[in-house]
Design a protein around this ligand. Sequence first.
Ligand SMILES: N[C@@H](CCC(=O)N[C@@H](CS)C(=O)NCC(=O)O)C(=O)O
Length: 223
Amino acid sequence: MKIIIGNRTYSSWSLRGWLAAKQSLLPFETELRVMDSPEWISGAAKTDMPSGKVPVLWDHGEAIWDSMAILLYLADKAGHDRFWPRDTKARGLAYAMCAEMHSGFAPLRAGCPMDLQRHAPRFQPTPEIMADVRRIEQLWETALTRFGAETGEPWLFGRFGAADIMFAPVCTRIDTYHLPVSDAARAYVDLCLAHPFMAEWRAEAMKEDFPFTRYDVPGLEKR
Ligand SMILES: N[C@@H](CCC(=O)N[C@@H](CS)C(=O)NCC(=O)O)C(=O)O
């Protein structure tokens, strides 16, 4: 399998798709397409990207695009236990949380774009961004206390899985923009950022040096 991703520093959707590929434990290659490069802008870099967006997974000549579809496909292929909790109630909540993450939280996404190389210590979040953060804290707390805690493992539903993958870019945003969160949420953010897959992605991101200003936010400075 091959996964096509965008710049690791900025592409939160790519991060999700790539984490799903890692979590599948199936062998795969990663191919980077430099966002906003001349080839990206002309479309030459996108001829094997059906939606014109990253990430895209290619498997035996078939393209699976969109991070959520990639995750679902890999769960079918690698086994649902690597992605979803077994308990029906827990699974229902995990599906709902992933769907809400995939389609929602526009103010947080737009106002706090993922940026792994910089941070904004004096960032002033809007009320809309903080409303998203409060909702996410609530979701995390529900998952962690209802389902995560009883397994004795620290992830949202016990073992690391789909919900953790879907919310991973949110963890980077809370960290990058110093968004105020509860101690429990911050502990979860730190856990997520320390995951070996996240550390691997971040290490590669820190080597990137491509010109890219699309997601510039005032106040961002090099770490
Ligand atoms: N819902 C899609 C969104 C993918 C997406 O918007 N990717 C961005 C980069 S993070 C992209 O490729 N945008 C097209 C462009 O920049 O031209 C997914 O989950 O994969």
